[in-house]
Design a protein around this ligand. Structure first.
Ligand code: C2E
Ligand code: CA
Ligand code: CA
Length: 697
């Protein structure tokens, strides 16, 4: 007790200094103010450095804080406040401002009770002020980020069971109110019935975990609109109460939709809604891995390009959609359909035996035939289907599809609008596994005499062949088993393996060697088919000129048929080819016109002698208005360009009559002449030419 009373001035000074507290002592009567050494030190001044003027404190106070600081003192002196407490800035010796907390009050009064002496202490709170400032900045940034992200904030007080939604939260839910406080059960009334239980459970989870919990759920707004939202929640413990759940809420409907669209686009074809190629490949791999027998169908639309080009892309798109619907309608539930691109489709049929596959193929063909062609003028659609059965789990997806593609090729070669089943035993087409074998066999055939020259007469319509005497040379391959393999099968294989040029040269040389004299004497003219590879062969004309030299066949006795597709894809080569042919007076025909890209524009670029209209436009011409319109458009343009028109694949008298009525000059087809060995045609023609004039037919 005695000790305590003995504490002297030095003791207090020391304590204040250690606590970094500056002391001031103001005598109201004299106006003098005493400042402790620590007070000065806080502002960077040493002992005695500050001149003791009566308004020193006011001079050092920041101009913006003066009024407030003075008022706080005056209020206390006037007895309105129990003490002075104010925050203000004082100028440091080096020029910057020091934030201080000033606390004090009256310590002495005169006999009337009027204050005559005030004392106070001052603490440096610069650091605290800085922290406050930084926090404010963080808050401002946070609010900005919230606003930018459209995130709402809400909290629920567990003790009072009151919920508070900020304006953005209310906006998201579409709840109109002026205050943040909302009925405690409001949120529950918005929950989508299917998400209600999960969302409610998630909102209780923070109580257990103490971690941030994220939850996505749907809400149903009062007008019935369904929105997706995401909330982040956390439990905030509070010493005074049971705490609160603090949460954010964000409308993620658009993001959800985009996500769903992307997920859909990653698996499905946008036009038809069928699976896309990547998804089909994955699915096929999975099914093959189960080692259960399955069938893969490769479905290719016939002459779809022509429809697209003549009736327009919109019609083409409609047709593809209609085909997709038709295909889907015949599939068993376990099967899958994909659009591989363009006009190609694929089917995967699990647990499918040969009989079921054929039945299904028939149904698909029928569905395609009844599909909407997409335009009133367009003719009926058709497809070629290849089927491959897969039972070996080591088969790759690529192999399975190649086999189906191979079979599809066979279906096309056999005349389209039909299906073919892949079998490894029979050579079937250019695709997949047999093409290489077939190409190799073609090379052998050139040497061992199994490659044969056939020919088909081209007629001036309504006149006997002898009037014009054109013949198209057609190749035939005799298989090892004696079967005659049509060029539709082995030529694509030859092209694929780069031997088409060799094959064409072989045919030209053989034909001219054998029949050079007949050509020279003008008994007939021959037309040769050239593949795209031959067309771009730079040595072609050296070769032809040499063969002509050797055989004595005249240039004017030979012609070349180049397909429109080959011409378009090798444009420069084709142009040069046509120019050189014209220099030599060799005839050039544009073959299969209408089946390929079919731009009339190309016709103007190639000064050909004849256009051969693709047989697919001729075979049904008597029944199809669309075909008639195309043929008439093509022949109109051909006439205006001064080239003749040849109609291919004339099989019926009706077709012939229609074509003659339309003014088509030339024709070719089984009705007029079936291809036969070239020798036979030449022999017949030579014999007739030898007859005396007047006896000729
Ligand atoms: P292409 O040039 O369009 O030849 C006409 C094809 O139609 C021939 O088939 C012919 O037999 C067939 N044809 C003719 N009239 C009719 C008919 O009324 N009805 C039906 N259904 N078909 C008819 P081929 O001989 O099978 O030839 C197919 C294709 O192979 C030819 O089509 C041609 O592009 C190509 N080709 C044939 N020989 C050669 C060749 O020596 N070299 C090249 N590069 N290609 C050839
Ligand atoms: Ca031809
Ligand atoms: Ca043709």
């Amino acid at each position: 007790m005695a000790d305590k009373q003995n504490r002297n001035g030095e003791f207090w000074e020391l304590a204040l200094e250690r606590a970094h507290l500056g002391v001031w002592d103001w005598d109201l009567r004299s106006g003098d103010c005493f400042y402790s050494a620590m007070w000065s030190q806080m502002l960077g001044y040493g002992e005695g450095e500050l001149v003791k003027t009566s308004d020193l404190w006011l001079q050092l106070t920041h101009p913006d804080d003066r009024e407030r600081a003075v008022a706080s003192g005056e209020r206390h002196i006037a007895g309105q406040t129990a003490f002075i407490e104010t925050e203000l800035r004082l100028k440091h010796k080096s020029g910057h401002w020091v934030w201080v907390l000033d606390r004090g009050g009256v310590v002495e009064r005169d006999t009337e009770g009027k204050p005559i002496r005030l004392m106070g202490v001052q603490t440096d709170i610069t650091k605290q002020k800085q922290a406050e400032h930084e926090l404010e900045q963080v808050n401002a940034r946070f609010r900005l980020a919230l606003a930018a992200s459209g995130t709402g904030i809400w909290h629920h007080d567990l003790a009072t069971r009151k919920s508070y939604w900020d304006e953005r939260t209310r906006e998201i839910f579409g709840f109109v109110a002026d205050t943040d406080e909302v009925p405690h059960d409001l949120w529950h009334s918005y929950l989508h019935p299917d998400d209600k239980a999960d969302a409610e459970r998630a909102h209780m989870a923070p109580l257990q975990t103490q971690k941030v919990v994220a939850v996505q759920y749907r809400i149903v707004k009062r007008d019935g609109e369904v929105r997706h939202v995401e909330s982040l929640l956390r439990f905030i413990a509070d010493a005074q109460s049971s705490g609160q759940i603090l949460g954010t809420v964000r409308d993620i409907t658009e993001a959800k939709q985009r996500e769903q669209e992307l997920a859909h686009a990653a698996h499905y074809d946008a036009l038809t809604g069928l699976l896309n190629r990547a998804a089909f490949d994955r699915l096929l791999a999975e099914h093959i891995a189960t080692a259960r027998p399955l069938a893969v169908f490769y479905v290719d639309l016939d002459y779809f390009k022509a429809l697209n080009d003549f009736a327009g892309h919109a019609a083409g798109d409609l047709a593809l959609k209609s085909v997709a619907e038709g295909i889907l309608s015949c599939l068993p539930p376990s099967a899958h359909a994909a659009r591989l691109g363009g006009d190609e489709f694929a089917l995967l049929v699990p647990d499918c035996d040969a009989r079921q596959a054929e039945k299904l193929a028939g149904a698909v063909l029928a569905a395609v035939r009844t599909a909407e062609p997409g335009s009133a003028v367009a003719r009926k659609l058709a497809a070629s289907i290849g089927i491959a059965h897969v039972a070996d789990r080591n088969t790759t997806v690529a192999d399975a599809l190649a086999c189906a593609d191979d079979a599809c090729y066979a279906a096309k070669a056999a005349g389209r609008n039909r299906f073919a089943v892949f079998s490894p035993e029979t050579t079937s087409g250019s695709g997949g596994l047999n093409a290489a074998r077939l190409a190799a066999d073609t090379v052998d055939a050139m040497e061992d005499g199994r490659l044969k020259l056939f020919g088909q007469e081209i007629h001036r319509l309504g006149k006997p062949w002898e009037d014009s005497r054109h013949v198209e040379v057609l190749a035939r391959l005799v298989g090892h088993n004696g079967r005659l393999i049509p060029p539709g099968e082995f030529i694509p294989a030859a092209e694929r393996f780069g031997i088409a040029s060799r094959l064409d040269r072989w045919i030209i040389r053989t034909a001219l060697s054998l029949h050079g004299p007949a050509l020279k004497s003008g008994v007939l003219t021959l037309g040769f088919n050239l593949s795209a590879q031959t067309l771009s062969d730079p040595q072609l004309w050296d070769f032809v000129d040499a063969v002509i030299d050797e055989t004595g066949a005249p240039h004017s006795g030979i012609g070349f048929e180049i397909t429109e597709t080959a011409a378009v894809t090798n444009f420069t080569a084709a142009e040069q080819f046509v120019r050189k042919a014209r220099e030599r007076r060799c005839r050039v025909s544009l073959d299969d016109f209408g089946a390929g890209m079919s731009s009339f524009e190309y016709l103007r670029r190639f000064p050909v002698d004849a256009i051969k209209i693709d047989g697919s436009f001729i075979e049904h011409i008597a029944q199809s208005r669309f075909d008639r319109e195309i043929v008439s458009a093509i022949s109109g343009i051909a006439r205006s360009l001064g080239c003749s028109v040849v109609a291919e694949k004339i099989e019926e008298q009706d077709a012939l009559d229609v074509l003659r009525d339309m003014g088509v000059a030339f024709g070719q087809g089984f009705l007029l002449h079936r291809p036969e060995p070239l020798e036979a045609i030449v022999a017949r023609a030579s014999a007739q030419a030898a007859l005396p004039v007047g006896r000729q037919a």
